[in-house]
Write a protein that binds this ligand. Structure first.
Ligand code: ASP
Length: 342
C-alpha cells in the first residue's frame, strides 16, 4: 500500500488565523496552534500533516522579500522530508508572494500551494476551512507515485491557479482572486477536476535550486492622463533605481509626446530596465500595434506581454539580483521562466 503523503503547513499569518482585538476591534494574527484546534476535520484527511509557523505571524501587508526568503528556506530545509507544502498567507499580497516564490524555487518538483481566507477560521461563515482542506488535499494528490501538481500555485474559493498568474480582484467576495490570462489548473466541485495539459511539466531530473536575492531598487509607475514631466523625471532620478514596471494603457500604449519618450529613452540608455505591462486586468501588451507604443518599442522598452504586475515586479527584483548581462536582460525577461508569461 502506498504511504500517506506528508504535507508541511507553513503559517505566515493573514486573516485565516486572526481574531478581533478586544479593545480596538481590529483583526490581529494569533497563535497558530489555536488555528489547528479550530479545524478538527484535518485529522480526517488521508495524509500526515506537520506544521511550522512564523514566530510572529503577520498581516500580509507587512510581507517583504525577507519574509519570502523565510518561506523559501523553510521549504528548502524540509524539501526531502515532505511531499507537498501549503503556505497560509494573507490574501492582500498573496499574488506577489506566490509570484516571488515561483522564481525563487527553480526546478521545484513538488506542490507549493498558497491559500488563506477572507474571514477568520473561527468565524461561523468562514471560507477558511474549505480553502485549507482542499489546498491540503491538492498538495497530497499523487498519480503513479508522482505529484499531480509540481509548481507554485494559489488555491482560493474552489479554484487552483498558477500562483504567478494571479491577482487579488476583490476585497469583499470569497472569490477574491482572478487569473485573467491563464485558466485555472484545478476546479473543486463534487470531484477535483484537473486540467492536466495546463500544468507545468514535472521536472524530475534536476535538483531544487533556491534563489534568495532580490534587488528592491525598483518602482511601479501607473500611467494616467496628466502625468507630468516633473513627476516622471523625479521618479527616474531616484538614486540607484534599476527598474521600472510601467503600467500603460490597453495593449501597451502611452503618450507620444517628445518629453515622455525622451525621458524614457535617456533612462534606458543609462541602463534602467523599463517593463511595459498593461493596466487592463486581462490581455497582452503588443508594442507596435498602435503608433502610441511604437516609440516605446524603438527605445528598447521590455515587453511584459500578458504578465501580471505582481509577477512583473517580482521577476524584475529577482532578475536584477542575478547579475545578468545587460545585453541579455530583455530577452530573458520576455521569456517564460515559470509559466508567468506567454
Ligand atoms: N489583511 C489581511 C492580510 O493580507 C487580509 C487577508 O488575510 O485576507 O493579511
Amino acid at each position: 500500500m502506498p504511504s500517506k503523503s506528508k504535507i508541511l503547513l507553513i503559517y505566515t499569518g493573514g486573516t485565516i488565523g486572526m481574531k478581533k482585538d478586544f479593545q480596538t476591534g481590529a483583526l490581529k494574527a494569533f497563535n497558530f496552534s489555536k488555528l489547528l484546534q479550530r479545524v478538527p476535520e484535518l485529522k480526517l484527511l488521508d495524509c500526515e500533516i506537520e506544521t511550522i509557523s512564523f514566530d510572529n505571524p503577520i498581516d500580509s501587508s507587512n510581507m517583504d522579500p525577507e519574509n519570502w526568503v523565510q518561506i523559501a528556506t523553510i521549504i528548502e530545509d524540509n524539501y526531502e522530508s515532505f511531499d507537498g507544502f501549503v503556505v497560509l498567507h494573507g490574501s492582500d499580497t498573496m499574488s506577489y508572494s506566490a509570484s516571488a516564490l515561483s522564481f525563487m524555487l527553480e526546478n521545484v518538483s513538488k506542490p507549493v500551494i498558497f491559500t488563506g481566507s477572507q474571514l477568520p477560521i473561527g468565524d461561523l461563515r468562514t471560507d477558511a476551512k474549505e480553502n485549507l482542506i482542499t489546498a491540503i488535499q491538492i498538495a497530497s494528490l499523487r498519480e503513479n507515485g508522482k505529484p499531480v501538481i509540481s509548481e507554485v500555485c494559489l488555491y482560493f474559493e474552489y479554484k487552483l491557479y498558477r500562483g504567478n498568474r494571479t491577482t487579488k480582484i476583490n476585497a469583499e467576495h470569497f472569490n477574491a482572486f482572478g487569473s485573467p490570462n491563464y485558466p485555472f489548473l484545478i476546479e473543486s466541485g463534487v470531484h477535483l477536476k484537473v486540467n492536466l495539459e495546463l500544468r507545468l511539466p514535472l521536472i524530475s531530473n534536476m535538483n531544487l535550486k533556491v534563489h534568495k536575492n532580490f534587488d528592491t531598487n525598483v518602482v511601479i509607475v501607473k500611467m494616467f492622463p496628466g502625468i507630468s514631466e516633473t513627476v516622471l523625471s523625479a521618479i527616474i532620478a531616484i538614486p540607484n533605481l534599476k527598474g521600472i514596471v510601467l503600467e500603460t494603457y490597453g495593449a501597451g500604449n502611452a503618450p507620444t509626446e517628445d518629453w515622455f519618450l525622451d525621458l524614457l529613452s535617456e533612462a534606458v540608455k543609462k541602463g534602467l530596465y523599463i517593463v511595459n505591462v498593461t493596466q487592463c486586468s486581462g490581455g497582452s501588451v503588443h508594442m507596435g500595434q498602435y503608433e502610441t507604443s511604437t516609440g516605446l518599442k524603438k527605445i528598447g522598452v521590455i515587453s511584459g506581454k500578458d504578465i501580471t504586475t505582481e509577477a512583473a515586479i517580482t521577476k524584475l527584483m529577482y532578475l536584477l539580483a542575478q547579475n545578468i548581462d545587460p545585453a541579455e536582460f530583455k530577452t530573458i525577461f520576455e521569456t517564460s521562466l515559470r509559466g508567468e508569461i506567454v
